[in-house]
Design a protein around this ligand. Sequence first.
Ligand SMILES: Cc1cc2nc3c(=O)[nH]c(=O)nc-3n(C[C@H](O)[C@H](O)[C@H](O)COP(=O)(O)OP(=O)(O)OC[C@H]3O[C@@H](n4cnc5c(N)ncnc54)[C@H](O)[C@@H]3O)c2cc1C
Length: 638
Amino acid sequence: MMTYDVENQQMSTLELNAMLEQADINALRMALLQLTGDPVFTEMETFKQPVWGGVFSLPTVSPKHHDEIKKRAMEVLLNPPKDVPPPPSLGESKRLMELFSGDKLSIEYARLGYEELAFEPYPRDVEWTERPTDEVLSSYHATIIGCGASGIAVAVLLEKLGIPYTVIEREPSIGGTWWVHKFPECRVDINAHSYQYKFEKKYPWSEHFPTAKESLKYLNHIVDKYRIRSHLRLNTRLLGSTWDENSGNWNVRIVGPDGKEETLRSKFVFNATGQFSRPKLPSVEGVRDFKGKMFHAARWDTNYSLKGKRVALVGTGATGAQMMPALAEEAKSLTVYQRSPQWVIGMPKYKENITEAEHYLFRSIPYYWNWYVYSSFAKTQEFERITVVDPEWITKGGLVSERNDMCRQVMTNYILEKMKSKEELVEKLIPPYPPMARRVIVDNGWYDALQRDNVELVVDEIRRFTPRGIVSADDIEREFDLVVNATGFSISDYFGDTKVVGRDGMTPEELWAKDGPRAYLSLMIPKFPNLFMFYGPNGSPRFGGLYTWIECWARYCVSIAKHVIENGLHSAAVTEAAYGDYNAKIDEAQKINLRGGPKYTGSYYINEFGRAGTNMPFDAEQYHDLLYQPDLNDLDIR
Ligand SMILES: Cc1cc2nc3c(=O)[nH]c(=O)nc-3n(C[C@H](O)[C@H](O)[C@H](O)COP(=O)(O)OP(=O)(O)OC[C@H]3O[C@@H](n4cnc5c(N)ncnc54)[C@H](O)[C@@H]3O)c2cc1C
C-alpha cells in the first residue's frame, strides 16, 4: 500500500478514503468546482432529499456522482494545488449558491449567503473612507455594556477601526450566557458552524453542538485574538445612562468591584446586555417560605450535590428540558412541574464530536470549510418556512399550513415512538399548539428520562410553596430538598434595572407604555441618539444562527458611528416617523406569521400586552437587506 505525506502525516489511500466518507458531499462538490473550474461539477444532477418525512427537503447531489466527487477530492488531497483560485465575487457566488440549492435566488438572499460563505476575512466589516487621526478618534469614546457574543462583535469592529472603547461587564468573566449558565448539560442547540462569527475561520470545534464550556472557550479565544481584553472592566455594572444634548455624549454611570460609582463620557453606547440575562422567578404564593434549597437555572450552585436529594424542577422550556435528564440521573427523585407541554425533537449529530477526519478535510481542501458553513446555514433556512401561516390551507380544514401540519404529525409520531413504555403520559406531552409557535426544543433525553422510576411528571398547576415543598392544583403537597426554577427570563425588560434617559428626558418606559418594547430594526429608538440595542425588540430573526445577526447588527451600528465620526457630527437617532413606519410594517407582517400572536400566548414570544414582541416577522433576506447599510433618510442626524 502506498503512503502519502499529507500535512506531514503518513496516510494511506485507504485512510484518506475513509476520511472522505465523512465529508459533506454537497459542500465537497462546490469546493472542487471552485478549485478546478471543471464543468463536470456544474453538470451533476441534484435532487431535493426529503427530511423529517418531507417537512424539509435539502438539496443533494445525486448518489451517482458521489464516487466521482470523492475520487477528485482524493486527487486534491494527494496533490494539494499550488495555486488556489481567488474566492468568487458576489455575482459568481450567487450562481454557485443557485447551483448548490437548485433554486433561483434573489440578490437579497445571495448577499446574506455570500457573507455566510465567509470568503472575505471580515465578511461584515466596516472600513473608514479615510481614517481620522488618533487625536480626532480620541474624542469619540464608546461604551459597550455586556461582554457576551454581541458585545464582543462590536468590540472587534471598534478595535479594528481604532475607535476608543470600554466594555463593562457585571460578571467576573466575559461570555454572557455561556459564562452565566452552569446548569448540567447546558449546550448550544444550533450547530457550531452556524453559531460562530464568520471572521474567525476554521475554529476547531470539538462537538457539532458545543457545550456552554466550549462556547465560553471560543469567546475567550476571540477576546484574546482580537485584542479586546485590555478594554474590559469586569465586575462592573451599568447603573444608568443619560444623554447630554450640549456635548452630544452619554453620561454612563457605572459601579465597579470596589463599589465606587463613576461616570464614563461616551459618544456611543452599545447596549449588549442580552435577552436572557434577567432571571424571572415564579410568582407563586409562599415562594419565600420554602426552607429547602432553591435557585434559578441561571444561578446554578455548582457546589450543591444532588446525590440522594428530592428535587423539583419547575419549568420545562428549553433550559428545563435540557437539564432534566441529568437531574434525573443524579437525584434520588425528580418531580417535573410542567405548565404546558413543549415540542421536543431529536437532532442529528447532537452530542457528537466533530471527527478528526472532518477537521482534516476543513484544513486540507480549500473552500470546503466555506461550503460546509454555508450548507449549515442553508439548512436552518428550512425552519423559516414552517412559521408561515397559509390561510388557504386553513380554509380547506388545515391547521396552519401543509408544511406545519406535516411537521406536527412527524413530531407527534416521535413522541409516540419514544414513550412506548409509558403511553399513559403521551396525552400530557403533546402540545395543543403548532410546532414553532414556541421555541422547539432539542431532545436531550427528555422522553427517556420521563420513563425512569425516579421521575414524576406533574401537570397540575403549582398553587403554592410551603416550607417543605410545593402544593399543586391536585392538592398534593410534595416535599423537596431542592427546587430548581427553570422559569425563564424577563425578556421585555430590555434595560433591566438601569435608568436610561434620552433626549428631552425621554425614557424607554414612556416610549413603550402602549404595547411594550419596540425598536427600529430591533436596534434603535427615537430620542436615544447614538445608542444601539442588541437582540432588541422583534430582534430574533427567522433563521440563521444568532451570530449571523449579531454581526449584522454590529456592522449596522458601527457604520452609523463611523458616519458620525467621519463627518464630525453631533449625533444620529432614528426619526419618530421611521420608527413608526417600520413598526407598522412589523405589525402587518405578523399577521401571517405563526408567532405573530396573540393566538399562541404562554411563551416569551408574546409580551404582557399580547403582542409578539420578540420575533422578527420579516424574511431573513428582507431583514438582512435592511441591515445591510444604514438608510440615512431614516435618521435624525445633527
Ligand atoms: C440557557 C440558554 C441557552 C441558549 N441556547 C441558545 C442556542 O442554542 N442558540 C441560540 O441561538 N441562542 C441561544 N441562547 C440565546 C443566547 O443568549 C444568545 O445566543 C447569545 O448568547 C446572546 O449573546 P448576547 O451577547 O446578546 O447576550 P448575553 O450572552 O446574555 O450577554 C449579555 C451580557 O451583558 C451583561 N450585562 C447585563 N446587564 C448588565 C449591566 N447592567 N451591566 C453590565 N453588564 C450587564 C450580562 O452579564 C451578560 O454577560 C441561549 C440562551 C440561554 C439562556
